[in-house]
Write a protein of this length. Structure first.
Length: 155
């Protein structure tokens, strides 16, 4: 019987001075991935994602992007726990700083454009998540709702 685990995290991005989006990827030593971690008792997915982001990176003022929620589910073998059935809920968050203070869980980090981040990420599921998040942000920023909002602001 597999042990069930639930985690939550963010696909984090920021804007460079030239307006380009860059994504935060973390080096866990053996793999590159997004910031995420286990839920504590009574915590929602979003609460856990915010807490884990601060614990792992020092980023304490994420701006979650409405409308994006994606869950990854996978199985893996753990030395002590045996077979683990894990679900990770992901959201998108914007941050306004490049400054990261890593926890001891990580050995490095990079902010990279989508193509560079995709190459750096270890797992196919994380690369797919990045593609979905990048497409979501692109549509949110250039789609009809964004154009309508820009028109109202500029009127």
């Amino acid at each position: 019987m597999a042990k069930f685990e639930r985690s939550a995290g963010f696909v984090v991005y920021r804007r460079k001075r030239d307006g380009r989006r860059v994504y935060l990827v973390l080096d866990y030593g053996e793999h590159w991935d997004f910031p995420k971690g286990h839920l504590k008792r009574g915590e929602s997915d979003m609460e856990a994602a915010v807490r884990e982001l601060e614990e792992e990176t020092g980023l304490d003022e994420p701006v979650p992007v409405d409308g994006f929620h994606f869950q990854l589910r996978y199985f893996f073998k753990h030395k002590k726990k045996g077979l683990v059935d894990k679900t990770v809920a992901f959201f998108i968050a914007r941050v306004d700083t490049a400054k990261v203070r890593l926890s001891d869980e990580h050995v490095g980090y990079k902010y990279l454009p989508a193509a560079g981040a995709k190459k750096r990420l270890t797992f196919a599921s994380a690369r797919h998540l990045l593609e979905l998040a990048d497409e979501f942000l692109e549509k949110a920023e250039t789609g009809p709702a964004a154009r309508k909002k820009a028109k109202r602001v500029g009127s």
